[in-house]
Write a protein that binds this ligand. Sequence first.
Ligand code: ZN
Length: 333
Amino acid sequence: MSENTLPKTLHQAVTYFADEELCVKFIAALRWGNKMPKCQQCGAERASYLSTRRIFKCLECGKQVSVKVGTIFEDSPIPLNKWLAGFWLIANAKNGISSWELHRALGITQKSAWFMGHRIRLALQNGSIEKMGGEGETIEGDETYIGAKARNMHWDKRRARFQGRTGGFGKQAVFGMLDRKSRKVKVRAIPASWKDDVREIIKDSALPGSTIFSDEHGAYHTLAKDGFVHDFVRHAETYVNGAVHTNGIENFWSLLKSCLYGTHVSIEPFHTFRYLDEEAFRFNERFGNDQDHFMLALTGAFGNGSPTKTSLERSKHQAQRPDQFKAPMAREA
Ligand SMILES: [Zn+2]
């Protein structure tokens, strides 16, 4: 496998990865280079490949290992060629791809497609732990709300949900930051009362001394105390006050919303954070080509050990706060 023989288009990718054996060797090469996998049982690095069963067997102790173990493919009966095509589709879809589209494109059940989509999104998180900004650099910070649109709801549901309520009720609050120099974003789902969370996210994500532009919300008034230079715009009066504006992150919000409302139709609030990672990946890597996006997304598949069904469940519960809205929405995307 050399760089220049790798697929460059969706059509080439589907042809290239049609052979399951090639997929196994492709993943093995990405994970272990040209060496055989180190045995989990005895530590030996001498293994043989059993092509009939597409597994590796330790030549010392006989322990068998699949290339899927310790990756997001673990425990999945979906063949690797479909997984890799799924990666290509999600990493390169301009406006995201719903599980219904994935189901039709790959010929897998809608339930499998939904599961595959969430695992691939897990790979896209590829934890940008690098901090933003720095002395003299500017970051835009802003919050927004994502959720079902009232006009798409049945009238009694709508009345029950919105009567006498204002603002973000029934929606998922989201906080985002855009580094003006790198033009990259970080986004996180936040609870309905988000003041303290946002303060912590900024301290975690921005280098001290960074200049932070936000709106006039009181939550941002502690930024100067936290070692940042802070300035804000009053959205009620004007959207742009010279260089002090949050248009960059607001542009990202409109891309995010057109993806979420246009492609996925309706999303369970506790799954919102997965789609945030997907859209942040797409935005941050927008200058690469399709092959770059695919390879970058795929490296996240082997990242943090083995996210099994249980860890997916766990992360779901972590994102779900008691103060968040929990009523079921139309259907899962
Ligand atoms: Zn062994």
